[in-house]
Design a protein around this ligand. Structure first.
Ligand code: SF4
Length: 317
């Protein structure tokens, strides 16, 4: 892995392009991500430095401080990170993430993150003293280490992600679980999901977001490249071949979606499996507009942060 240190010219806080986060600022400490998940859409972004290269912005904390000082009102919370993981296992990246989160939390600004990495102890200590300002999302779709390593080669093991969950719960932060993306024929089976729901329930998890993989051209290319000629690749190809819907998103963006009948049926099955372990699941309309109009992720953010930070503005108009 090559770490390139660069000065960032553009602003640090960016308005989100995701519908669910449309009134929120997001922040990416790096371009590129060490985890190198096969299904990562950010590997197709124009600023992606290429597999194995990470760009870390050296001036990012200072720039964030300047941007916050210039704002009339503080943002309510900041989301880490739409196109990288804030907890990549590289000391310089973790130090940068820590200084960014520290700056935000010390100013009373909420921090929300989604991670498949290991959250080091010093972050847990930081979050403990600001636990009402931290919202954690933990991505996990399997307990099978071999399977996880195949699709997310450099991300934290399932065991470490479970440890993240219990460390957060111990300091009063109940994380939201993201089973996203579920890969058809691979991670969406009862055999794979039941032991996961069972252990999540034991840890005290109450809710989880579920979403199927949407096959963008870059993801299709990377899955073929990363998984080679394994049986796994055949199973994924088969599922998309049998259930593909080219009409949902494909006309303009060439994204292959599993057809809505298949997704609805599967989401229902997965939801009732989760419910048997007292876990409520939700499907978000930002990624599945043909399944639901509800913006479930946004509702969760709103419930968590908006009432706490109503004295702040969410977004500069
Ligand atoms: S952790 Fe997220 S950003 Fe990083 S490679 Fe995986 S999907 Fe992409």
């Amino acid at each position: 892995m090559k770490l390139l240190l660069k000065e960032r010219k553009s602003s640090i806080l960016s308005p989100s392009t995701l519908k669910c986060l449309s009134d929120t600022y997001t922040l990416n400490p790096t371009a590129g991500c060490v985890h190198l998940c096969s299904y990562c859409y950010a590997r197709g972004y124009s600023n992606y430095p290429g597999d194995g290269t990470i760009v870390l912005y050296t001036n990012i904390t200072k720039k964030l401080e300047n941007e916050l000082n210039r704002k009339r009102k503080s943002p309510g919370f900041v989301y880490f990170s739409p196109s990288c993981d804030a907890f990549q296992p590289v000391k310089q990246i973790l130090d940068t993430t820590y200084s960014l989160m520290f700056l935000l939390l010390e100013r009373g600004i909420g921090v929300s993150f989604l991670t498949k990495g290991h959250i080091p102890d010093k972050f847990i200590t930081l979050f403990k003293s600001h636990n009402d300002l931290v919202q954690a999302h933990i991505g996990i779709t399997t307990l099978e280490r071999r399977l996880q390593r195949l699709i997310e080669p450099n991300a934290a093991t399932p065991r470490i992600r479970l440890k993240n969950i219990s460390s957060l719960i111990n300091i009063g932060i109940l994380p939201e679980i993201k089973l996203d993306p579920l890969i058809p024929g691979l991670t969406d089976s009862t055999l794979n999901l039941e032991p996961l729901f069972k252990i999540l329930n034991k840890l005290g998890i109450k809710s989880a977001g579920i979403n199927y993989l949407f096959l963008r051209p870059i993801i299709h290319k990377n899955i073929r490249k990363d998984l080679g000629h394994t049986k796994v690749l055949k199973r994924i190809s088969q599922a998309f071949h049998n259930n593909v819907d080219l009409s949902l998103l494909a006309n303009k963006s060439r994204v292959k979606a599993l057809n809505s009948y298949f997704r609805k049926k599967q989401y229902k099955c997965i939801s009732s499996l989760a419910e048997s372990y007292n876990i409520k699941t939700h499907v978000c309309g930002c990624k599945n507009p043909d399944v639901t109009k509800e913006l479930a992720c946004r509702d969760i953010w709103q419930k968590y942060f908006y009432k706490k930070v109503s004295q702040y503005q969410l977004f500069d108009s």
